[in-house]
Design a protein around this ligand. Structure first.
Ligand SMILES: [Fe+2]
Ligand SMILES: [Fe+2]
Length: 397
């Protein structure tokens, strides 16, 4: 699924996090008043049970879709068979990570690794931090499959359910699984990053899960995935463009290939929501507005490496500075979806539906205005932050 989140959205979202950037919680309140980075020796030495996730979310709304709406998703199974599943690529026609990596069985393996390292020589620490954050986000895939299987009416009831909804989710997961796999192997071979710290971050992140605020509600769930697939399409596309500029054409090809998958997934998820708009416009438009009011949380928002309590915000701010994923992109995605689903021209809405429609149509401009004002402040607040992923080297965040 997706990567860096909109910084603004994260910072201004309601404080449901036990440990936010404003109040360090149980673990760090005494030791780290002035810094959010804990020294390596202080990792996870709180009084809490060590197997609990480092970042937890509270106040979660559940089961917000009225049970009678389940029928809609049941009745859409034929539609999903004919219109959703064709967006999957057959395994035999799919790319695999090894297509882009040195061949360990060949004699030239060591030379190929050398070439890979030579090619990525010009990639900066900034760039690596963003690519690593993207990779970690992809690697937390178990969480995203879980998230989709929280949704009423479309979840995979058995783990091998034959419904088209469940078949889609499993095959989508299987396609996505190649993304983290490929980026992980590439970064490992580059020799430029602290793989152990990265692996720890992945383990922490999967242990913490995510809070997309989709309330077991497939209307909200598919709006969320539509947004996220487009967000990842944009961010992987931008890491591709930067890699090319910095001289690593192979990495550009890797990121571009992943971006193409995300685009196809975006098309599929937006098609589902388009269908929901067609048969139940009121609920769908109110759901869309609801998701935007809550702000689209990025999938890796609970990221933690054992050291930096604000790792996700730091990563996001580097992604923002490099132009890989920005607050402007957040507004652009929203604007794209509003137009893709023809929100402006919906008719026959209830009072709430009208309000939601109005809110959504005006929101992109509002976000852009807020963003302009925030930008100056962000620049002033920027400072050098050590990232454990690159051996503690500092970069501006
Ligand atoms: Fe994705
Ligand atoms: Fe992905």
């Amino acid at each position: 699924m997706a990567m860096a989140m909109n910084r603004i959205a994260f910072i201004s979202s309601p404080s449901v996090y036990q440990r936010s950037s404003h109040h360090h919680g149980y673990r760090s309140s005494r030791v780290f008043m002035s810094s959010t980075i804990r020294p390596a020796s202080a990792e996870v030495t709180n009084g809490r049970k060590p197997y609990l996730p480092p970042r937890e979310v509270q106040l979660q709304v559940k089961y917000s879709m009225p049970p009678q709406k389940l029928e809609i998703f049941k009745s859409l199974e034929g539609w999903a068979n004919d219109n959703l599943l064709p967006y999957l690529k057959p395994v035999e026609k799919s790319w695999q990570p090894t297509d882009f990596l040195p061949e360990p069985e060949s004699e030239g393996f060591y030379d190929q690794v050398k070439e890979l390292r030579e090619r990525c020589k010009e990639l900066s620490d900034d760039y690596f931090v963003v690519l690593i954050g993207d990779m970690i986000t992809e690697e937390a895939l178990p969480t995203y499959q879980t998230m989709i299987n929280t949704l009423d009416g479309v979840r995979d009831e058995t783990g091998a359910s034959p419904t088209p909804w469940a078949a889609w989710t499993r095959a989508w997961t299987a396609e996505e699984n190649r993304h983290g796999d490929l980026l992980n192997k590439y970064l490992y071979l580059s020799g430029r990053v602290d793989m152990r710290q990265i692996e720890k971050t992945i383990q922490y992140l999967i242990g913490s899960g995510m809070d997309p605020k989709t309330e077991n509600n497939p209307y909200l769930g598919f709006i969320y995935t539509s947004f996220q697939e487009r967000a990842t399409f944009i961010s992987h596309g931008n890491t591709a463009g930067l890699a090319k500029k910095l001289g690593d054409s192979k990495l550009a090809q890797i990121c571009g290939t992943i971006a193409a998958d995300e685009k196809r997934h975006e098309t599929a998820y937006t098609k589902i929501v388009e269908k929901l708009f067609e048969i139940d416009p009121d609920t769908t438009v109110v759901g869309f507005a609801d998701m935007m009011k809550k702000k689209i949380a990025m999938p890796a928002h609970l990221m933690y490496d054992g050291r930096d309590d604000n790792l996700f915000e730091h990563f996001s701010s580097v992604a923002q500075r490099l132009g890989v994923y920005t607050a402007r992109d957040y507004a652009d995605i929203l604007e794209f979806l509003v137009s893709r689903w023809n929100v402006e021209n919906l008719v026959g809405l209830s009072g709430d539906g009208h309000k939601a429609q109005d809110y959504l149509c005006k929101l992109p401009a509002r976000i852009r205005k807020l963003e302009e004002r925030a930008q100056g402040r962000n620049k002033e607040a920027a400072r050098n932050i050590p990232f454990s992923w690159i051996f503690g080297r500092e970069i501006r965040a």
